[in-house]
Write a new protein. Structure first.
Length: 52
């Protein structure tokens, strides 16, 4: 039972760290352009190199 005195605060602190990271990612606009990355992966890099 004594182990719960350690595990509960550790679990709560890890949860708060994860929540903080999620809120930070929302505030830094990480989820704004979800379709752009899906389209950019389909573009061929050779086309960009041949134009320059």
């Amino acid at each position: 039972m004594n182990i719960l005195l350690y595990l509960i605060p550790i679990a709560l602190s890890l949860g708060l760290i994860g929540l903080g990271a999620f809120i930070w990612s929302i505030k830094s606009n990480q989820y704004d352009d979800l379709d752009g990355a899906a389209r950019r992966i389909l573009l061929d890099d050779d086309e960009k190199d041949s134009e320059t």
